[in-house]
Write a protein that binds this ligand. Structure first.
Ligand code: COA
Length: 147
């Protein structure tokens, strides 16, 4: 992601979450050396006119030997086509290349689509963080994948 992509990324973020991150939070990710935001571009991925310019994104941090996935979303018009799987696979591969031995993330306990995706990629639940999402007091499931 570059600063010029922010507006298009925010379209996906706002369609994907009831409590979206602010534009400022996304902008901050561009400032950290340890942070990477990978995009799935609508125009190049499909060539279909009328689709949003950005179809999905993943944000991850690589710190020491660990990748931590902070955010992942795909536009509702482009779901169940394997885009999230491709984004996650790319993040995992970049982490592996960068020396990571572990990938971790938190996911809402009720988020069945995301938990299914992560399980499919080999992640296992390793703990619960009670009331992690302060907006609705929902628990987070902590999941991890050994590389
Ligand atoms: C979760 C999300 C990113 C999945 O994106 P996607 O591009 O539709 O996912 P993919 O097409 O790559 O799906 C890969 C696998 O994940 C699982 N999966 C994805 N969506 C699913 C759903 N709605 N129900 C059940 N399993 C699902 C399936 O195993 C799927 O494989 P399959 O299609 O061969 O059965 C998307 O639904 C989304 O943006 N949700 C809102 C934001 C969000 O919850 N982000 C995660 C925060 S932790």
């Amino acid at each position: 992601m570059e600063a010029a992509d922010l507006d298009d990324v925010m379209v996906v973020e706002r369609r994907a979450f009831r409590h979206p991150w602010s534009t400022e939070l996304f902008r901050r990710e561009l400032l950290h050396d340890w942070s990477t935001v990978l995009l799935c571009s609508g125009r190049t991925a499909t060539g279909v006119p009328g689709l949003p310019a950005v179809l999905g994104f993943v944000i991850f941090w690589l710190v020491h030997d660990e990748v931590h996935v902070l955010n992942l979303a795909v536009h509702p018009a482009a779901r169940r086509q394997g885009l999230a799987r491709r984004l996650m696979t790319a993040a995992i591969e970049q982490g592996r290349t960068g020396g990571a031995t572990l990938v971790t993330l938190e996911v809402r306990r009720s988020n069945f689509p995301a938990i299914s995706l992560y399980r499919d990629l080999g992640f296992r639940p390793v703990g619960i963080r009670p009331n992690y999402y302060v907006d609705e007091g929902e628990d987070a499931v902590v999941m991890s994948l050994d590389l």
